[in-house]
Write a protein that binds this ligand. Structure first.
Ligand code: AMP
Ligand code: MG
Length: 335
Protein backbone atom coordinates (compact mmCIF):
# COMPACT_ATOMS: atom_id res chain seq x y z
CA UNK A 1 0.00 0.00 0.00
CA UNK A 2 1.22 3.51 -0.77
CA UNK A 3 1.23 5.61 2.32
CA UNK A 4 3.76 8.42 2.70
CA UNK A 5 3.08 11.26 0.33
CA UNK A 6 5.62 13.61 1.80
CA UNK A 7 8.97 12.15 2.69
CA UNK A 8 11.87 13.63 4.52
CA UNK A 9 14.93 13.80 2.35
CA UNK A 10 18.57 14.61 2.82
CA UNK A 11 18.28 14.39 6.58
CA UNK A 12 21.25 12.24 7.38
CA UNK A 13 23.67 14.66 5.79
CA UNK A 14 22.59 17.26 8.34
CA UNK A 15 23.06 15.06 11.42
CA UNK A 16 26.46 15.29 13.12
CA UNK A 17 28.10 11.89 13.54
CA UNK A 18 28.01 11.89 17.34
CA UNK A 19 24.34 12.85 17.55
CA UNK A 20 23.49 10.20 14.99
CA UNK A 21 25.17 7.55 17.12
CA UNK A 22 22.79 8.49 19.97
CA UNK A 23 19.76 8.36 17.75
CA UNK A 24 16.98 5.83 17.41
CA UNK A 25 14.35 5.16 14.80
CA UNK A 26 11.48 2.68 14.43
CA UNK A 27 8.67 1.97 11.97
CA UNK A 28 5.31 0.48 13.02
CA UNK A 29 1.86 0.06 11.52
CA UNK A 30 -0.79 1.88 13.63
CA UNK A 31 -4.08 3.69 12.77
CA UNK A 32 -4.10 2.00 9.38
CA UNK A 33 -0.86 3.59 8.27
CA UNK A 34 2.90 3.17 8.52
CA UNK A 35 4.52 5.36 11.17
CA UNK A 36 8.15 6.34 11.49
CA UNK A 37 9.45 7.84 14.72
CA UNK A 38 13.05 8.97 14.91
CA UNK A 39 14.90 10.98 17.53
CA UNK A 40 18.37 12.16 18.43
CA UNK A 41 19.97 12.44 21.84
CA UNK A 42 20.58 10.35 24.94
CA UNK A 43 17.60 8.14 25.81
CA UNK A 44 16.29 8.21 22.23
CA UNK A 45 15.44 4.51 22.16
CA UNK A 46 13.13 4.64 25.23
CA UNK A 47 11.58 7.89 24.00
CA UNK A 48 10.75 6.34 20.62
CA UNK A 49 9.05 3.40 22.38
CA UNK A 50 7.10 5.83 24.60
CA UNK A 51 6.00 7.74 21.48
CA UNK A 52 4.57 4.55 19.99
CA UNK A 53 2.80 3.77 23.27
CA UNK A 54 1.12 7.18 23.09
CA UNK A 55 0.12 6.68 19.44
CA UNK A 56 -1.39 3.26 20.29
CA UNK A 57 -3.26 4.77 23.26
CA UNK A 58 -4.91 7.29 20.94
CA UNK A 59 -5.75 4.57 18.42
CA UNK A 60 -7.51 2.66 21.23
CA UNK A 61 -9.87 5.58 21.89
CA UNK A 62 -10.27 7.11 18.41
CA UNK A 63 -10.33 4.11 16.05
CA UNK A 64 -13.58 3.39 14.23
CA UNK A 65 -12.31 -0.16 13.57
CA UNK A 66 -11.93 -1.19 17.22
CA UNK A 67 -15.41 -1.97 18.62
CA UNK A 68 -14.45 -0.94 22.17
CA UNK A 69 -12.95 2.45 21.27
CA UNK A 70 -14.67 5.57 22.60
CA UNK A 71 -15.58 6.63 19.08
CA UNK A 72 -17.05 3.23 18.20
CA UNK A 73 -19.21 3.38 21.33
CA UNK A 74 -20.41 6.86 20.36
CA UNK A 75 -21.21 5.60 16.86
CA UNK A 76 -23.09 2.57 18.20
CA UNK A 77 -25.14 4.24 20.94
CA UNK A 78 -24.96 8.01 20.28
CA UNK A 79 -28.22 8.03 18.29
CA UNK A 80 -30.11 6.86 21.39
CA UNK A 81 -28.43 8.51 24.36
CA UNK A 82 -25.47 10.47 25.67
CA UNK A 83 -22.28 8.39 25.46
CA UNK A 84 -19.61 9.26 28.06
CA UNK A 85 -16.17 10.05 26.60
CA UNK A 86 -12.82 11.23 27.96
CA UNK A 87 -12.07 14.96 28.10
CA UNK A 88 -9.51 14.43 25.35
CA UNK A 89 -12.05 12.85 22.96
CA UNK A 90 -14.57 15.57 23.81
CA UNK A 91 -11.95 18.20 22.98
CA UNK A 92 -11.07 16.52 19.66
CA UNK A 93 -14.74 16.22 18.65
CA UNK A 94 -15.36 19.85 19.63
CA UNK A 95 -12.41 21.02 17.55
CA UNK A 96 -13.54 18.95 14.56
CA UNK A 97 -17.05 20.43 14.77
CA UNK A 98 -15.58 23.95 14.95
CA UNK A 99 -13.51 23.28 11.82
CA UNK A 100 -16.64 21.99 10.09
CA UNK A 101 -18.39 25.30 10.85
CA UNK A 102 -15.35 27.33 9.74
CA UNK A 103 -15.13 25.47 6.43
CA UNK A 104 -18.89 25.55 5.88
CA UNK A 105 -19.02 21.76 5.86
CA UNK A 106 -16.17 21.06 3.41
CA UNK A 107 -14.69 19.32 6.43
CA UNK A 108 -17.29 17.27 8.28
CA UNK A 109 -16.36 14.67 10.92
CA UNK A 110 -19.78 13.01 10.50
CA UNK A 111 -18.91 11.69 6.99
CA UNK A 112 -18.76 8.17 8.50
CA UNK A 113 -21.88 6.81 6.68
CA UNK A 114 -20.51 8.01 3.32
CA UNK A 115 -17.02 6.60 4.00
CA UNK A 116 -18.66 3.23 4.61
CA UNK A 117 -21.08 3.44 1.67
CA UNK A 118 -18.28 4.03 -0.86
CA UNK A 119 -16.31 1.13 0.64
CA UNK A 120 -13.43 3.26 1.90
CA UNK A 121 -13.74 1.84 5.40
CA UNK A 122 -13.28 -1.83 4.54
CA UNK A 123 -11.78 -1.42 1.06
CA UNK A 124 -14.83 -2.99 -0.60
CA UNK A 125 -15.12 -0.11 -3.05
CA UNK A 126 -18.19 0.62 -5.17
CA UNK A 127 -19.88 3.56 -6.89
CA UNK A 128 -23.24 3.71 -5.07
CA UNK A 129 -26.64 4.49 -6.59
CA UNK A 130 -27.89 8.08 -6.23
CA UNK A 131 -30.63 6.91 -3.83
CA UNK A 132 -28.05 5.22 -1.58
CA UNK A 133 -25.97 8.42 -1.51
CA UNK A 134 -29.04 10.47 -0.60
CA UNK A 135 -29.91 8.04 2.21
CA UNK A 136 -26.36 8.20 3.64
CA UNK A 137 -26.25 12.00 3.32
CA UNK A 138 -29.37 12.24 5.45
CA UNK A 139 -27.27 10.79 8.30
CA UNK A 140 -24.37 13.24 7.75
CA UNK A 141 -24.27 16.71 9.29
CA UNK A 142 -21.97 18.30 11.83
CA UNK A 143 -24.87 20.37 13.21
CA UNK A 144 -26.54 17.08 14.31
CA UNK A 145 -23.84 16.32 16.92
CA UNK A 146 -24.13 17.50 20.50
CA UNK A 147 -21.23 17.66 22.93
CA UNK A 148 -21.66 17.88 26.70
CA UNK A 149 -18.82 19.31 28.75
CA UNK A 150 -19.31 17.90 32.26
CA UNK A 151 -19.39 14.99 32.50
CA UNK A 152 -17.97 14.75 28.98
CA UNK A 153 -20.34 13.02 26.57
CA UNK A 154 -21.41 13.03 22.92
CA UNK A 155 -24.73 12.24 21.27
CA UNK A 156 -26.38 12.46 17.85
CA UNK A 157 -29.69 14.00 16.88
CA UNK A 158 -30.39 11.10 14.49
CA UNK A 159 -29.77 7.36 14.66
CA UNK A 160 -27.32 5.84 12.18
CA UNK A 161 -24.80 8.68 12.34
CA UNK A 162 -21.05 8.02 12.68
CA UNK A 163 -18.11 10.22 13.63
CA UNK A 164 -14.89 9.63 11.70
CA UNK A 165 -11.80 11.49 12.91
CA UNK A 166 -9.63 9.91 10.20
CA UNK A 167 -8.86 13.36 8.81
CA UNK A 168 -7.45 14.82 12.04
CA UNK A 169 -6.51 12.11 14.56
CA UNK A 170 -3.15 11.29 13.02
CA UNK A 171 -1.96 14.89 13.15
CA UNK A 172 -2.97 15.15 16.81
CA UNK A 173 -1.16 11.89 17.60
CA UNK A 174 1.95 13.15 15.76
CA UNK A 175 2.00 16.27 17.96
CA UNK A 176 1.53 14.20 21.14
CA UNK A 177 4.43 11.99 20.11
CA UNK A 178 6.59 15.03 19.29
CA UNK A 179 5.71 16.58 22.67
CA UNK A 180 6.88 13.38 24.37
CA UNK A 181 10.20 13.40 22.52
CA UNK A 182 10.76 17.03 23.51
CA UNK A 183 9.80 16.37 27.14
CA UNK A 184 12.37 13.55 27.20
CA UNK A 185 15.00 16.19 26.40
CA UNK A 186 15.87 14.98 22.92
CA UNK A 187 17.55 17.43 20.58
CA UNK A 188 15.73 16.57 17.36
CA UNK A 189 12.94 14.33 16.20
CA UNK A 190 10.62 13.42 13.38
CA UNK A 191 7.27 11.63 13.54
CA UNK A 192 5.67 10.58 10.27
CA UNK A 193 2.20 9.05 10.00
CA UNK A 194 1.94 8.15 6.33
CA UNK A 195 2.75 11.67 5.14
CA UNK A 196 1.40 13.58 8.16
CA UNK A 197 4.57 14.70 9.84
CA UNK A 198 5.95 16.76 12.67
CA UNK A 199 9.63 17.65 13.09
CA UNK A 200 11.74 19.59 15.54
CA UNK A 201 15.43 20.16 15.88
CA UNK A 202 18.11 22.42 17.22
CA UNK A 203 18.13 26.04 15.95
CA UNK A 204 19.59 26.17 12.49
CA UNK A 205 18.53 22.67 11.49
CA UNK A 206 16.71 22.79 8.17
CA UNK A 207 14.31 19.97 7.45
CA UNK A 208 13.52 19.44 3.83
CA UNK A 209 10.57 17.48 2.50
CA UNK A 210 9.89 16.28 -0.99
CA UNK A 211 6.24 16.49 -2.06
CA UNK A 212 5.55 13.31 -3.97
CA UNK A 213 3.99 13.39 -7.40
CA UNK A 214 0.43 12.14 -6.82
CA UNK A 215 0.60 9.78 -9.79
CA UNK A 216 4.23 8.98 -10.63
CA UNK A 217 5.99 6.74 -8.14
CA UNK A 218 9.38 8.20 -7.19
CA UNK A 219 8.66 11.65 -8.74
CA UNK A 220 8.79 14.80 -6.61
CA UNK A 221 6.78 17.90 -7.62
CA UNK A 222 8.43 20.30 -5.18
CA UNK A 223 10.37 20.59 -1.96
CA UNK A 224 9.54 22.32 1.31
CA UNK A 225 11.95 23.62 3.94
CA UNK A 226 10.07 23.79 7.24
CA UNK A 227 10.15 22.98 10.95
CA UNK A 228 6.74 22.15 12.43
CA UNK A 229 3.90 20.22 10.84
CA UNK A 230 3.32 19.10 7.26
CA UNK A 231 0.56 16.94 5.82
CA UNK A 232 -0.67 15.83 2.42
CA UNK A 233 -4.21 14.86 1.42
CA UNK A 234 -4.58 13.11 -1.88
CA UNK A 235 -6.58 10.62 -3.85
CA UNK A 236 -3.52 8.39 -4.25
CA UNK A 237 -3.53 7.42 -0.56
CA UNK A 238 -6.74 5.45 -0.79
CA UNK A 239 -9.24 5.10 -3.61
CA UNK A 240 -10.15 3.13 -6.70
CA UNK A 241 -10.37 3.49 -10.47
CA UNK A 242 -13.56 2.79 -12.38
CA UNK A 243 -14.17 3.62 -16.03
CA UNK A 244 -10.95 5.65 -16.16
CA UNK A 245 -12.09 7.84 -13.24
CA UNK A 246 -10.29 7.99 -9.91
CA UNK A 247 -12.58 7.87 -6.86
CA UNK A 248 -10.55 9.07 -3.86
CA UNK A 249 -11.26 8.66 -0.16
CA UNK A 250 -11.79 12.37 0.53
CA UNK A 251 -15.49 13.05 0.21
CA UNK A 252 -17.35 16.25 -0.42
CA UNK A 253 -20.02 15.97 2.29
CA UNK A 254 -22.23 18.39 0.37
CA UNK A 255 -22.52 16.10 -2.67
CA UNK A 256 -21.88 12.79 -0.95
CA UNK A 257 -19.28 11.95 -3.61
CA UNK A 258 -15.48 11.91 -3.69
CA UNK A 259 -14.15 15.46 -4.10
CA UNK A 260 -12.95 15.86 -7.67
CA UNK A 261 -10.48 18.08 -9.46
CA UNK A 262 -7.49 17.90 -7.14
CA UNK A 263 -4.66 15.40 -7.13
CA UNK A 264 -3.20 16.46 -3.79
CA UNK A 265 -2.86 19.31 -1.32
CA UNK A 266 0.16 19.65 0.94
CA UNK A 267 -0.21 21.91 3.97
CA UNK A 268 2.58 23.36 6.08
CA UNK A 269 1.60 24.72 9.53
CA UNK A 270 3.11 25.30 12.97
CA UNK A 271 1.76 21.94 14.20
CA UNK A 272 0.99 18.57 12.59
CA UNK A 273 -2.53 18.75 14.03
CA UNK A 274 -3.26 21.95 12.08
CA UNK A 275 -1.63 20.66 8.91
CA UNK A 276 -3.57 17.39 9.01
CA UNK A 277 -6.85 19.10 9.90
CA UNK A 278 -6.59 21.59 7.04
CA UNK A 279 -5.39 19.36 4.20
CA UNK A 280 -8.77 17.58 3.94
CA UNK A 281 -11.09 20.65 3.63
CA UNK A 282 -8.59 22.41 1.33
CA UNK A 283 -8.64 19.35 -0.91
CA UNK A 284 -12.46 19.52 -0.97
CA UNK A 285 -12.48 23.31 -1.64
CA UNK A 286 -10.00 23.05 -4.50
CA UNK A 287 -7.61 25.78 -5.64
CA UNK A 288 -9.98 28.75 -5.89
CA UNK A 289 -11.97 28.12 -2.74
CA UNK A 290 -8.93 26.93 -0.80
CA UNK A 291 -6.73 29.90 -1.70
CA UNK A 292 -9.50 32.32 -0.72
CA UNK A 293 -10.11 30.49 2.56
CA UNK A 294 -6.40 30.60 3.43
CA UNK A 295 -6.23 34.39 3.15
CA UNK A 296 -5.71 35.87 6.57
CA UNK A 297 -4.31 32.63 7.98
CA UNK A 298 -0.63 33.48 8.36
CA UNK A 299 1.71 30.64 9.21
CA UNK A 300 -0.20 28.20 7.03
CA UNK A 301 0.98 27.50 3.50
CA UNK A 302 -0.45 25.13 0.95
CA UNK A 303 0.71 23.58 -2.29
CA UNK A 304 -2.19 22.49 -4.53
CA UNK A 305 -1.57 19.91 -7.27
CA UNK A 306 -4.24 19.69 -9.96
CA UNK A 307 -4.41 17.61 -13.09
CA UNK A 308 -3.17 19.57 -16.13
CA UNK A 309 -4.93 19.93 -19.48
CA UNK A 310 -2.85 17.20 -21.14
CA UNK A 311 -2.82 13.65 -19.79
CA UNK A 312 0.06 13.10 -17.41
CA UNK A 313 0.59 16.82 -16.71
CA UNK A 314 -0.16 18.75 -13.54
CA UNK A 315 -0.52 22.36 -12.36
CA UNK A 316 0.92 23.69 -9.11
CA UNK A 317 -0.51 26.57 -7.07
CA UNK A 318 1.02 27.75 -3.81
CA UNK A 319 -0.07 30.34 -1.26
CA UNK A 320 1.64 33.73 -1.60
CA UNK A 321 4.14 34.91 0.98
CA UNK A 322 6.33 31.91 0.38
CA UNK A 323 9.38 32.26 -1.83
CA UNK A 324 9.72 29.87 -4.67
CA UNK A 325 13.29 29.05 -5.63
CA UNK A 326 14.28 26.95 -8.55
CA UNK A 327 15.77 23.73 -7.25
CA UNK A 328 16.86 21.47 -10.02
CA UNK A 329 14.05 22.96 -12.14
CA UNK A 330 11.46 22.26 -9.46
CA UNK A 331 9.66 24.67 -7.15
CA UNK A 332 10.81 25.01 -3.58
CA UNK A 333 8.75 26.72 -0.91
CA UNK A 334 10.43 28.25 2.07
CA UNK A 335 9.13 30.04 5.11
P1 AMP B 1 -6.62 12.73 5.42
O1 AMP B 1 -5.81 11.50 5.20
O2 AMP B 1 -6.17 13.59 6.53
O3 AMP B 1 -6.87 13.50 4.17
O4 AMP B 1 -8.07 12.21 5.90
C1 AMP B 1 -8.86 11.42 5.06
C2 AMP B 1 -9.88 10.64 5.87
O5 AMP B 1 -10.80 11.53 6.48
C3 AMP B 1 -10.74 9.72 5.01
O6 AMP B 1 -10.16 8.45 4.90
C4 AMP B 1 -12.06 9.69 5.78
O7 AMP B 1 -11.98 8.77 6.86
C5 AMP B 1 -12.14 11.08 6.36
N1 AMP B 1 -12.81 12.06 5.48
C6 AMP B 1 -13.05 11.97 4.14
N2 AMP B 1 -13.65 13.09 3.67
C7 AMP B 1 -13.78 13.92 4.75
C8 AMP B 1 -14.32 15.24 4.92
N3 AMP B 1 -14.81 15.92 3.89
N4 AMP B 1 -14.28 15.77 6.16
C9 AMP B 1 -13.77 15.08 7.21
N5 AMP B 1 -13.25 13.85 7.11
C10 AMP B 1 -13.24 13.28 5.90
MG1 MG C 1 -6.12 15.47 7.13
Amino acid sequence: MRTALALAIALLAAIPAQAASQGASAMRYVMGTLWTVEAEGPGAEEAVEAAFAEIRRLDESLSTYKPQSELSRVNRDGGRDWVPVSDETRMLVTKALALARETDGAFDPTVGPLVELWGFKHQDYKVPEAAEIAAARARVGYHLVRVREKPAAVRFDKPGMALDLGATAKGYAVDRAIAGLKAAGLSAGRVDAGGNQGVFGPPGRVWRFGVKHPREEGEVVGTVAHTGGIATAGDAERGFWQGGVRFGHILDPRTGRPAGGMLSVTVVAPTAEEADALDTPLYVMGVRGGMAWLQGRPGVAALFVEAGDQPGTYRLTATPGWTWDPDGGRPTIRQ
